[in-house]
Design a protein. Structure first.
Length: 113
């Protein structure tokens, strides 16, 4: 039986899709509440800055960003293939490189906090 590298791609895709599906509605609700002027006390700037300053929170935030971007990149790759763009190696390289660059940028930003 031949070995496949599909679990390496599909694992983070599934984890990112699940994580994004759970977090997106909460983020939309919190953004809506903040826009209407009803910011809960635990979501003040000082509280969130203190949270993001901890190394474990930085690691978790970087993981969330990576999984979300990887899921979006994989979806975009499959969508391009479904739309008739058959240069899969080029598309895969481009979308996964952008996902890794976005993750790298977020890690650099988190390290500055």
């Amino acid at each position: 039986m031949a070995r496949s590298n599909k679990p390496i791609v599909w694992g983070p895709f599934a984890a990112g899709g699940t994580l994004t599906a759970f977090l997106s509605p909460v983020l939309i609700l919190l953004t809506l509440l903040a826009g209407l002027g009803h910011v809960p006390g635990g979501l003040s700037y000082d509280s969130l800055h203190a949270l993001a300053s901890h190394w474990l929170a930085k690691l978790a935030l970087a993981g969330v960003v990576f999984l979300s971007l990887w899921s979006a990149a994989h979806r975009l790759r499959i969508t391009c293939y479904d739309l008739g763009l058959r240069a899969d190696a080029l598309v895969a390289t481009a979308v996964y490189a952008v996902a890794l660059a976005g993750t790298g940028a977020s890690v650099l930003y988190l390290l500055r906090i």
